[in-house]
Design a protein around this ligand. Structure first.
Ligand SMILES: [Fe+2]
Ligand SMILES: [Fe+2]
Length: 312
């Protein structure tokens, strides 16, 4: 009889950025064969994330002086490095789309306005109000990071995409990113709890963030389908696509998504309850892009990849 051995879950991983490179030559815009809807629902990430993650980097860099815990500070520096690389990698796909007839600019300009104007720095002279605006944005990022951790956990557990013949380079980009989202899923939440931690603000910003993401995501998928120049059948946003792709495991299940949203509202919530660090670390140990990045940067020595005891 086979004896099952439980794999110990590392509670904390020292975070480091991996300078991944992707060659998108020949990538179909619909990189899941015969699945225009699912391809474009996932492609929204390449339009939304570059600007969004650059905004994360900016806000977290501004927040560094507020962080008095040395270990959390280290985590934030690792988080900033990882999010900066995510933005760069998704920007590469966005540029590829623009160069291959899928014009993303009108939508991306709206996203830039959202992050730079609505959520950017404000001309506030009062120091206390300035700090409150920074904490408000940290709370929003903690909420968004709950959703990115959910998506990261999903993409690491999405065999239907492999079975459907999805482009392996795209799967590696999504899974490398997803694994790092799972790896650093507690950082934004811990920062928010460190600098403020009020439950009402956490819930309020979460409701705003979740509603805005659903809305903006829908607009992005529609933009991509409307502008997709692939010859043949036109991609159209249809309810059949919305539910059919989720049922077939090509996009996240709506039941799991609502469950995830609900969990964030619990007063005892902590991101460590979502996803598996050991699964994320295991994927990063075999991801072609992550392996190549670590070979390209041998000076980044092993302690940064080691699982280390948590402060909790
Ligand atoms: Fe990210
Ligand atoms: Fe993240």
């Amino acid at each position: 009889m086979t004896k099952l051995v439980a794999v110990a879950e590392p509670e904390r991983v020292a975070l480091h950025a991996r300078d991944v490179q992707f060659d998108w030559t020949g990538l179909p815009l619909r990189w899941i064969p015969r699945e225009a809807f699912a391809s474009h629902v996932i492609n929204v990430m390449h339009l939304l994330l570059p600007e969004g993650e650059r905004w994360f980097v900016k806000v977290f860099s501004e927040a560094l002086p507020l962080i008095k815990d040395e270990q959390l500070r280290e985590d934030v520096i690792g988080f900033i490095g990882q999010e900066g690389m995510h933005a760069k990698a998704h920007q590469g796909v966005q540029d590829y789309f623009d160069a291959h007839g899928l014009d993303t600019r009108a939508y991306v300009e709206q996203i830039e306005n959202l992050f730079r104007r609505l959520l950017g720095d404000r001309a506030i002279t009062d120091e206390r109000r300035q700090r409150e605006w920074l904490i408000e944005r940290l709370s929003l990022i903690a909420a968004i990071e709950h959703i990115t951790a959910f998506l990261g956990n999903w993409i690491l557990n999405s065999p239907a995409l492999d079975a459907a013949g999805a482009d392996p380079r795209m799967l590696d980009l999504l899974r490398w990113h997803g694994a790092e989202e799972v790896e650093h899923r507690a950082v934004a939440y811990d920062v928010y709890m460190h600098v403020d931690g009020r439950y009402f603000r956490r819930v309020r910003t979460y409701v705003i963030a979740a509603g805005a993401i659903v809305w903006v995501w829908g607009l992005g998928a529609k933009h991509l389908m409307d502008n997709d120049p692939t010859p043949g059948e036109r991609a159209k946003p249809r309810w059949r696509g919305v539910f059919g792709t989720a049922r077939r495991g090509l996009t996240p299940s709506y039941g799991n998504m609502f469950g995830c949203m609900w969990r964030y509202l619990s007063p005892s919530y902590h991101p460590s309850q979502e996803g598996s660090t050991s699964q994320a670390v295991a994927y990063l140990a075999r991801s072609p892009a992550a392996l190549a990045a670590d070979n390209l940067a041998p000076a980044d020595d092993s302690p940064t990849r080691r699982a280390i005891p948590t402060r909790r």
